[in-house]
Design a protein around this ligand. Structure first.
Ligand SMILES: Nc1ncnc2c1ncn2[C@@H]1O[C@H](COP(=O)(O)OP(=O)(O)OP(=O)(O)O)[C@@H](O)[C@H]1O
Length: 346
């Protein structure tokens, strides 16, 4: 539905040029939630602003439903933009207008009749759970409520796509959860495709189907959230995925354990039963697995867990045990020491 093809963006400034995007390509399917994650300055905002041509790319094509936005006339572009809603970290509400007017006025400006606009304000305020705040001014609302108004304002134009530029970054953890739940509801119930950018892996984990990781203006890795979690390739991706798993084993302890056996990380998805598999390992082979730390987290549709396990035993038996674990669907790898190097049992 959204295809970004070889997008580059160069900004001309007083101190020279900045290449914010370098040959970025990605494809967002209809009905999914697609996340773009990266650290500050990676190019995320520039990318999302290119999608509705708030920023015009220096090179490349922006295809929405097979239509290249970069070739449209201004009138055609305005028409296409109506199908693309956007929400921002800073909410962008009119402070001198009520909640009702914040949603109603932009609708009137795009030619929606008064009756229809009124019906939409009521409908979308109900969907975001703020039907009782019509007459409030933004200053009288919490951050989460302001973001709900901004979401209702975007939805009132009945878009096919919602772009979210760090929409939860200014919110506390509980409010973030509530807004993410609302985005999931909008996606499922209104079938709106969502492209969001964030610097928080938790946001990707909770709501996204696919993710692209950006660094220095480039997409360095992309895929399904499940694949990226279970098999991150790039150091930056590993850093993001590890951020969700706490309970690192102290370095001194690791070094002393490695004298007596092998320390590995086991990753498992869904209900793949790592516990019975570990129990089976100690029965089948002459090794004793000890769990040093463990964590399970919920991806959008299924649980994903990681255990750090010490296998006490000789190398041959440990290798057999690891082969067995891999054969029952558990991913086994060396402990990532500060995401610097992979340690693998030989
Ligand atoms: N209008 C502009 N003029 C010049 N340079 C810009 C402009 N907008 C962004 N840049 C530069 O482009 C690069 C990418 O910025 P961008 O805001 O897209 O990154 P980001 O990943 O969204 O970062 P953040 O999370 O901090 O907003 C940065 O080096 C930034 O300084």
């Amino acid at each position: 539905m959204i295809q970004l093809e070889h997008i580059s963006k160069v900004f001309d400034g007083k101190k020279g040029q900045t290449q914010a995007l370098k040959n970025v390509s990605l494809s967002v399917q209809k009905g999914e939630i697609f996340g773009v994650i990266g650290y500050s300055g990676a190019g995320k905002s520039t990318l999302v602003r290119c999608v509705n041509l708030l920023e015009r790319p220096t090179e490349g094509r922006i295809m929405i439903n097979d239509r290249d936005l970069t070739t449209l006339s201004n009138a055609q572009l305005n028409e296409s933009r109506r199908k693309i809603g956007m929400i921002f970290q800073g909410f962008n509400l009119l402070s001198t207008a009520t909640v009702y007017q914040n949603i109603f006025l932009p609708l009137k400006l795009t030619g929606v009749s008064k009756k229809e606009a009124n019906e939409r304000v009521v409908k979308y305020l109900r969907i975001v759970g703020l039907e009782d705040k019509q007459e409030a001014y933004p200053a009288q609302l919490s951050g989460g409520q302001k973001q709900r108004v901004a979401i209702a304002r975007a939805l009132a134009h009945e878009p096919e796509v919602l772009l979210s530029d760090e929409a939860t970054s200014a919110l506390d953890p509980d409010t973030t959860e509530a807004i993410l739940d609302l985005l999931l509801k909008i996606n499922r119930e209104l079938n709106i495709t969502i492209l969001l950018i964030t610097h928080e892996m938790h946001v990707i984990q909770k709501v996204c189907d696919h993710v692209a990781v950006m660094e220095n203006g480039e997409v360095i890795e992309s895929g399904s959230v499940l694949d990226i979690f279970t098999d991150p390739q790039h150091t930056t991706t590993k850093r993001f995925t590890s951020s969700l798993f706490k309970g690192d084993v102290p370095q001194d302890l690791l070094e002393s354990l490695e004298q007596r056996g092998s320390v590995v990380t086991l990753s498992f998805v869904g209900n793949s039963s790592e516990e019975p598999a570990l129990a089976a390992v100690s029965k089948k082979f002459d090794v004793y697995p000890n769990i040093l730390s463990g964590n399970i987290t919920q991806l959008k549709d299924q649980p994903f867990g990681r255990l750090v396990v010490f296998f006490e035993g000789n190398n041959d038996e440990t290798t057999l045990a690891i082969n067995y674990l891999e054969s029952v669907g558990v991913k086994v790898e060396g402990v990532d020491k500060s995401v610097r190097s992979d340690y693998r049992v030989s």
